[in-house]
Design a protein around this ligand. Sequence first.
Ligand SMILES: CC(C)(COP(=O)(O)OP(=O)(O)OC[C@H]1O[C@@H](n2cnc3c(N)ncnc32)[C@H](O)[C@@H]1OP(=O)(O)O)[C@@H](O)C(=O)NCCC(=O)NCCS
Length: 158
Amino acid sequence: MVAAASERSEFRRIDDYDAVKELALRAGLDVADKPTDNIVAAFGYFLDSRLMGSAALEHEDGNLFLEWVAVDDSVRLQGIGGSLVDMVEGEARDRGMIELWAKARIPDFYKSIGYRILGKGERGPKTLDGCRGCPELNKTCHPAIIVKDLRARRRSVS
Ligand SMILES: CC(C)(COP(=O)(O)OP(=O)(O)OC[C@H]1O[C@@H](n2cnc3c(N)ncnc32)[C@H](O)[C@@H]1OP(=O)(O)O)[C@@H](O)C(=O)NCCC(=O)NCCS
């Protein structure tokens, strides 16, 4: 579905977290100072062995969150981001989690793949405190706390 006939593509688990960070930076995420030590599992989409998409489960404050969701802009809107998030959801289920939380930079993407955006009065396990002071906040970036019930039926990975 995604790669040209001559390109070899695959989704798989990845443990090269430096490559995950490099992709996230390339995709425009503000992660230059963010360590990768808290990643507990990550998944990648590869085109001819080059990492072009990633998503990870990250440990923070005693909870696990969806993080590091990034797709190279040359291959966006082809279902890759959604499929990678689906793989992280599978990992979360395997670890006994019944819901998955994240701080979303593009809430509409997550809405499309079954996440609920928390309303103003609602609080999740993670706050937006980390965003305070960021020059992009509410200008180019409109973050939201999102959650998905992992007991709901799975979407299919393409
Ligand atoms: C957000 C991102 C990961 C999406 O990856 P992608 O591979 O293009 O997403 P998909 O093709 O799997 O899209 C899944 C759904 O989300 C929608 N979607 C994707 N990007 C969107 C966007 N920027 N705004 C609104 N909806 C979006 C798609 O239209 C699709 O909806 P559909 O199933 O109803 O057609 C990618 O644009 C990206 O890396 N952006 C920069 C980094 C970033 O902001 N990451 C998110 C951090 S919270």
